[in-house]
Design a protein around this ligand. Structure first.
Ligand code: TTP
Ligand code: MG
Length: 366
């Protein structure tokens, strides 16, 4: 197969950049988008604020300690969604092979493209320029021959980055890449890798596929391929829904059984609402609970039949709650989801729709 040309685009400080664009008095200032309250969380921070160590998912209280003059700006989700659609329109001038992976991020396969431009980097430049001219925002772009490398490339020179990883340079690039930067390597995996003496791509390449599978299970073979610059995953223009769910950070931590049960009933109702809007059939119901100290647990139950009736969902949810010891351990967040779809026909295809983000807006709490 001929070599593919893949571009990954990721907007810089997306929510914060939109706020600074729409409110000129915020430009050049340290701002964080989020809910300004004792339990507020930073959704994202402007680059001016990041210099102080402020970042996504940090509590607003901590962010203000790090950066006392930080301005906390409430988010405007409908504006971000509209901008996201405008960015998609720009992409479509080049290709319909677009895989959105969050509200501000997408892969494009431009091997074949509408204007017939031979170099992918030309397209990446043009997209960045159109985003700047039409939307007055800044995007970073990565160009390579697969998704793994294109994503790493867009992150490499952020903000306002443009980085190409040529096939002939890929192995050297990966060799020096810190293991934390590999796709799918979070803090837990990174720690495990370090314990195995793996600090970068070159170290990773010394392990055999069998070793990696032994240490990391199925995903071990993915790391094996990544270390060698191999990632055959296509740019998927639609997503297959794998689960449906909802979760909420509560306004205050709760451990009183009546309150907890009331909250669970409310969560069940919300899940039912979502199921009505996005029909999905799955066998497994999962209850997720985050405690006041941020410790998080999940409890799941898999039934013989798909779980879809209201009474059944409520019954299983309460059965799962009995496995949660919250008496001495107040609950901060509660969520329910259904997964384990029963057949390909039951999947909810979402053509061109942005994948659902877990947003850390406390304003979404009840
Ligand atoms: P990101 O692309 O991860 O972050 P970013 O665009 O703000 O910054 P960067 O320049 O590093 O790309 O996420 C896109 C948007 O999604 C972000 O602006 C806000 C939202 N978001 C949350 O609400 N919560 C989160 O935990 C994260 C990571 C992002
Ligand atoms: Mg971004």
């Amino acid at each position: 197969m001929a070599e593919r040309k893949i571009i990954h685009i990721d907007m810089d400080a997306f929510f914060a950049a939109v706020e600074q664009r729409d409110h000129p008095e915020l430009r050049g200032k340290a701002i964080a988008v989020g809910y300004d309250g004792p339990r507020g969380v930073v959704a994202t921070a402007s680059y001016e604020a990041r210099k102080y160590g402020v970042h996504s998912a940090m509590s607003v209280v901590k962010a203000k300690k790090l950066c006392p003059h930080l301005l906390i700006i409430p988010g405007h989700m409908s504006v971000y969604k509209a901008v996201s659609d405008q960015i998609m329109e720009i992409f479509r001038e080049y290709t319909d092979e677009i895989e959105p992976i969050s509200i501000d991020e997408a892969f494009l396969d431009v091997t074949e493209n509408k204007p017939g431009i031979p170099l992918a980097v030309t397209i990446a430049k043009e997209i960045k320029q159109k985003v700047r001219e039409r939307l007055h925002l800044v995007a970073s772009a990565g160009v390579s021959y697969n998704k793994f490398l294109a994503k790493i490339a867009s992150d490499y020179r952020k903000p306002d980055g443009l980085c190409t990883i040529h096939p002939s340079r890929a192995l050297d690039f990966i060799a020096q890449l810190p293991i934390e930067k590999f796709w799918g390597v979070g803090p837990v995996t990174a720690k495990k890798m370090h314990a195995l003496g793996v600090k970068n791509g070159a170290d990773l390449r010394t392990l055999t596929k069998q070793q990696l599978q032994m240490y990391f299970g199925k995903v071990g073979s993915v790391y094996y391929d990544f270390a060698r610059g191999i990632d055959e995953r296509p740019v998927q223009t639609f997503r297959i829904r794998k689960s449906i769910g909802c979760e909420h950070t509560l306004l205050e931590d709760i451990c009183d059984p009546t309150q907890v049960e009331e909250e669970l009933r409310r969560t069940v109702q919300e899940l039912l609402g979502r199921l009505q809007r996005h029909p999905f059939q799955g066998y497994t119901l999962t209850l997720k609970v985050k405690f006041h100290d941020f410790e998080q647990i999940t409890r799941s139950f898999t039934a013989d039949e798909v779980i879809q009736e209201a009474a059944e969902i409520e019954r299983i949810a309460f059965q799962l709650l009995r496995e949660v010891d919250y008496a001495q351990h107040p609950i901060r967040l509660m969520g329910l989801s259904i997964s384990n779809a029963h057949s390909i026909d039951a999947y909810d295809y979402v053509p061109g729709e942005w994948r659902q983000l877990t947003l850390n807006f406390e304003e979404e709490a009840y």
